[in-house]
Design a binder for this molecule. Structure first.
Ligand code: 5RP
Length: 254
């Protein structure tokens, strides 16, 4: 692996622990002003000291995050749909040139395996990987799940493996029963999304289970920024993921 690629991946997954707490705030790209993210800059600022990286869109990065900030950025580069349309009909929305200009550490793309737009999103991934490899930019593939799809190890394992085969350097997916099967079938690091807001204790257990079963980290959004205590929650998530404290110990922090 070339130096630039390796360096960028190590900003996302710090080598001290080999684990990552990523803060996802890219929801607005298809959901609009998501609860808790109405003013993304204000939401994110107090959380940044506890996140290893920040996942967001180009517009929010430029307008809401101070350019002197040193937090590694994972830039979402797909979109073109909204909650009012067919979500899987995504395309690439940011050039690799602009991603490099913004000095990001990785680019993120969703793939919709099993959807009507499966082929389009997988070919987009392959093209993005081609562009990324030219400049040492890792691609993180998000295995998006349509409403009609079951989030089980068979389906998520299929999605993760395809993402890795097409060249994704990191894969983001959902936690499920038998999660170790998903990780075992995926030759690149796997992180999990948090999903819909659940109670804090359950979200910490989700993070702990994912790490215990082979995930390298979490890329969590709503369970942090929609918590009544977002700073306490990200600190607790960090204790579970990075310090390997138990969910009970971390929950006490809240
Ligand atoms: C949307 C995404 C989000 O970043 C992802 O869902 C993480 O956020 P949450 O923890 O709220 O699920 O990739 O496609």
């Amino acid at each position: 692996m070339d130096w630039g690629m390796q360096n960028r991946i190590s900003r996302i997954i710090p080598r001290e622990t080999g684990r990552a707490v990523m803060l996802a705030v890219d929801h607005g790209y298809f959901q609009g002003p998501t609860t808790g993210l109405e003013r993304p800059g204000e939401t994110v600022a107090p959380l940044l000291p506890y996140a290893d990286s920040l996942m967001l869109t180009r517009g929010v990065l430029r307008q809401c995050v101070d350019a002197t900030n040193r937090i590694p950025i994972v830039l979402r580069v797909t979109g073109g749909t909204s909650i009012l349309s067919e979500l899987s009909n995504e395309d690439l929305t940011v050039s690799m040139e602009d991603a490099v200009r913004l000095n990001v550490s990785a680019v993120a793309i969703s793939i919709f395996v099993g959807s009507v737009n499966e082929r389009q999103t997988l070919v987009n991934l392959a093209k993005l990987v081609d562009e990324g490899e030219k400049v040492g930019m890792p691609v993180l593939a998000v295995t998006a799940v349509g409403r009609e799809m079951t989030r089980d190890a068979r389906y998520l394992g299929l999605c993760c493996r395809i993402a890795a085969e097409l060249g994704a350097r990191i894969v983001k997916t959902y936690y499920c029963d038998d999660f170790e099967e998903v990780v075992n079938g995926c030759p690149v690091p796997v992180v999990i999304a948090g999903g819909k807001k659940i109670d804090e204790r359950a979200a910490l257990e989700l993070a702990d289970n994912a790490i215990s079963r082979g995930a390298v980290g979490v890329d969590m959004g709503r369970n942090i920024f929609q918590s009544a205590n977002p700073v306490g929650m990200i600190r607790a998530v960090k204790q579970v993921v990075q310090d390997r404290k138990s969910p009970t110990e971390a929950f006490c922090l809240l």
